[in-house]
Write a protein that binds this ligand. Structure first.
Ligand SMILES: Cc1cn([C@H]2C[C@H](O)[C@@H](COP(=O)(O)OP(=O)(O)OP(=O)(O)O)O2)c(=O)[nH]c1=O
Length: 197
């Protein structure tokens, strides 16, 4: 019997990417505390949260131990600061002011729990913003797009026009690195509906 796949995420973007890989899956919300620990470095932070999201949902499914659970977490890092989702307009504008005219990193970790064991992969992508004006940042906040996005922007949305270059994985910036996720699922023995490799 093939194993059941569960995505520990409420993000519609992560759900769309996992469908794009050709898998069928159920979705469970992973309600965990996303605050960074004192002195936690960004790479450890995203890997810890991706792991906790996957393990939290795996624990909810304990009676069906043949389930595979995927969790993911994304944060933006600029000048050593972890930039999560904006708390309010002032926070969004402070974040976009920091990103304006600079290159920053987007870190995404994807974690898979299978047979009670967790494996995580970390992906780092560099994104460069052109210089933004205060009026642009204020109008961008008004669109509602930055509210639920790490770093207060969405590369796949209106903020695409702020970005002059990207070096790394586009899908990772949007929330789920396709190559690494596919590799984890293949290693765990899960076959896509229409496999191409
Ligand atoms: C930088 C960037 C982030 N994001 C998103 C990816 C993540 O969904 C979100 C960061 O928040 P996360 O806490 O990683 O994820 P989430 O709360 O959306 O979903 P869940 O925890 O249920 O899996 O920001 C974009 O969609 N586009 C971007 O360009």
């Amino acid at each position: 019997m093939s194993k059941k796949l569960v995505l520990a995420s409420q993000s519609p973007r992560r759900q769309a990417f996992l469908s794009q890989l050709g898998y069928e899956f159920d979705v469970l919300a992973a309600d965990i505390d996303e605050s960074p620990l004192a002195n936690e470095i960004p790479a450890d932070y995203v890997q810890r949260l991706a792991t906790q999201k996957a393990q939290h949902c795996f624990a909810l499914l304990s009676q069906s131990s043949d389930s595979l659970v995927i969790g993911s977490d994304t944060c933006v890092v600029c000048q050593g600061k972890i930039l999560g989702k904006p708390k309010d307009e002032a926070d969004c504008i402070a974040t976009l002011t920091l990103l304006s005219g600079k290159t920053h990193q987007v870190l995404t970790a994807v974690a898979l729990v299978a047979d009670g064991l967790t494996v995580a992969k970390l992906v780092s992508t560099e994104v460069t913003f052109r210089t933004l004006t205060l009026a642009e940042m204020q109008r961008y906040w008004q669109t509602g797009e930055p509210q639920d996005k790490a770093g207060s922007y969405a590369i796949q949305g209106l903020a695409g026009q702020f970005i002059t270059s990207i070096s790394g994985s586009y899908s990772s910036v949007v929330g789920l690195p396709l190559v690494e996720t596919k590799a984890l699922l293949t290693q765990a023995g899960l076959t896509a509906q229409m496999p191409i490799n």
